[in-house]
Design a protein around this ligand. Sequence first.
Ligand SMILES: Nc1ncnc2c1ncn2[C@@H]1O[C@H](COP(=O)(O)OS(=O)(=O)O)[C@@H](OP(=O)(O)O)[C@H]1O
Ligand SMILES: Nc1ncnc2c1ncn2[C@@H]1O[C@H](COP(=O)(O)OP(=O)(O)O)[C@@H](O)[C@H]1O
Length: 289
Amino acid sequence: MNAIGLKPVPGIRMQRVGLGSYSDGDHIICVMKKGFLRIKAMEGSHLRVNVNGKGETVGPNGSCLDLKLANEVQGKNGNPSSLSTVGNSTNVKWHECSVGKSERQSLINQKGCVVWITGLSGSGKSTVACALSQILCQRGKLSYILDGDNVRHGLNRDLSFKAEDRAENIRRVGEVAKLFADAGVICIACLISPYERDREACRAMLPKGDFIEVFMDVPLEICEARDPKGLYKLARDGKIKGFTGIDDPYERPQDSEIVLTCKVGDCASPYEMAEKVIRYLEAKGYLEA
Ligand SMILES: Nc1ncnc2c1ncn2[C@@H]1O[C@H](COP(=O)(O)OS(=O)(=O)O)[C@@H](OP(=O)(O)O)[C@H]1O
Ligand SMILES: Nc1ncnc2c1ncn2[C@@H]1O[C@H](COP(=O)(O)OP(=O)(O)O)[C@@H](O)[C@H]1O
């Protein structure tokens, strides 16, 4: 569920494209100033819209309808105040400010985005994240690393490694990364993030193109041979249960923007890997406002 209460149908990616506007790639969903949604449905499929907990379905064949927000209330001056229900938060309202992302980006001459590094434990996520941050720093670009291990020391200390807690871990880091990107920062998130759906949910939080997935394509045998924290050994000995790659799944990304491959006897250095990410950011215009 996103900020305006639209619930995407599985398989349809919802993408925020501007103030109160969303797109599934082919169609635009707008929130009008006075609290209306105008929805242009796609042909041959349904888009479900959840307004204040009441499910509405937009039918196939390009049907078009307006929905009045069920939870819109009249303000004191008679104007709708566009209060919304978001998750468990009732009667909340988005507050806009005239200083926006583009103003912040101009100040620091770069574009905010999220570089999401996924891979097995020991695949080199943190090392590449750090190398990338160093290169960006040398080039006068502002970045910030959200490392799964580190975030679990604070914000996410209440979460375990069972699937639903990993999902919540990814969701929270995705939301924080989104804020950094909105601040104009190049946010580097490095988490195992083993489930495709959790990664894709983070992608859907960001404007198109601003979520850049980097897959550390490093075989388990290399990660296990590195084992810098001794966790694989503990997992093999049965002393850690549900360890990713041993007795817990890792779903390989199928369509990452960047793949950093490491094979036995053929592995680029962390710096070379980070340079590949830099070239991508440069080509896509993220290193200038
Ligand atoms: N059961 C289990 N499975 C995987 N990893 C485990 C587990 N228990 C502890 N650790 C340590 O936690 C680090 C991964 O945390 P993440 O937040 O990135 O994981 S996840 O994205 O929620 O799956 C991971 O750090 P990295 O090695 O940096 O990936 C491990 O050191
Ligand atoms: N490209 C690389 N080539 C060789 N060793 C690497 C490379 N990247 C990382 N390492 C080493 O692998 C180990 C795990 O790296 P780390 O960044 O902690 O992985 P992760 O964050 O994915 O758990 C560390 O000892 C690190 O020095």
